[in-house]
Design a protein around this ligand. Sequence first.
Ligand code: PHE
Ligand code: NA
Length: 501
Amino acid sequence: ATENRETWTSNTGFILAAVGSAVGLGNIWRFPGVAYESGGGAFMIPYLCALLTAGIPILFLDYAIGHRYRAAAPLAYRRIRKPAEALGWFQILLSFVIAVYYAAVIAWAMSYFVFAFDLSWGQDTLAFFVGDYLQVGDPEISTTIVPGIAIPLVITWVAVLIAIALGVAKGVEKVNVLFIPLLFVAFIGLVIRALTLPGALDGLTEFFTPDWAALGDLDVWIAAYSQIFFSLSIAFGIMVTYASFQRRKANMTSSGLVVAFANSSFELLAGIGVFATLGFMAHQQSTQVSELEGLTGPILSFVTFPAVINEMPGGTIFGVVFFASLIMAGFTSIISILLGVAASVGEKFGLGWRTSAVSVSAVCAVLSIGLFSTTSGLIALDTVDQFANNVGIVLSAIVMTVLLVWVYRRGELLRQHLNAVSTFKVGKWWIVLIGFVGPVFLVIMLVQKLVSLVSEGYEGYPGWYVGLFGWGTVVFVIVMAAILTAIPWKGRDQADFRPWP
Ligand code: PHE
Ligand code: NA
């Protein structure tokens, strides 16, 4: 078959790019805090369950769809059944929403990379981050642009645009081939340094001490599943798109195992490094890790870490390498998202590669700068993140698995597709996991989450605010998915497509 779809240059190129997408801010600032809050050592049980029962199986499903139907998510699903295109847009739009705020965190990391050279955040790192740097105001819609955020944000988007416009092999793959090995070396260096600090062991003890009672808490299980989805970049349409650029003869499942293993190892390593460092901080302040504040989310990387770096001998080098790692991890993930969005828009509207790269990046950049370089950025980010990751992506995974296994009955076909190309053979257990175990667990979790968000709101923010940025995000994604699906397909659709093998 003549096919002019671009491909990764090799299986290694694909693996590096997929690891680059997976290993991101989620591993460095999300995982350690989530794990600690959700039972510490005991969190490993729901985490491993989530990885084995949903993470790896849905990663395989993403790969199978992309590789068999050879298109970005909307067209890949459309090739299964026309209305399923909507699911593709739902996933891609969720990714788009994430890209808009993810870029803001990368921009902060760029600023902090510069600040680290002279530790210019000073002693009060919370006041510096929230006050001097972000200039956070009330939860409202602000139009005051903060240049300190806007400038690195513009740089981030220009860099993303260049990487995407250069294409799959010359842009995205090249970035990953360069950054991923560098990131792993830099990060291992950081962890080794952290482990040699006084108090490191206490930090690890704190991190790994299991709180078995946490296992009875449904929220802990939800946290584990949404961490796995976000972290592996699955059910976002992104891995479908990545797999569609694989050559026809490509070992899909073995690559998937490598990616999942690399991602979880990196995550665990980040947890160890972060808590060793916190152990040092507690040691310096003659207190306990459990007494420290600010162990999650953006605060961990941008307030707590800078404070530790202040107290550390050779703190500048540690700070520079830490923020460089955040930038590399974040950048290799955000380009995966933009590649997915750009490829989807390009295929639907029959646009050339460059045209779709430029237009999609421009829209994202404007939204991202408009929303996040203003004084209300931090709170908006937190709210959007909560709804996109605990509601949006769980819904996406449910619809995806139920539709494919039960409505369109493609489970066996996709299993055979994977086995025809891969060395690691997928048994019938896979269909049981994606068709039964996964959806049942996910529905229970989604219902629980919705009930708590409806009855308790979120973080005590005003109702209209949570409505706009939280529920609004979910509604926006659903409505836009419907609109995009309703627009007639303009690009090439079924004509040039033959499933293989
Ligand atoms: N997996 C990335 C991380 O851990 C985030 C991401 C989500 C990337 C969705 C692509 C798609 O940070
Ligand atoms: Na990850």
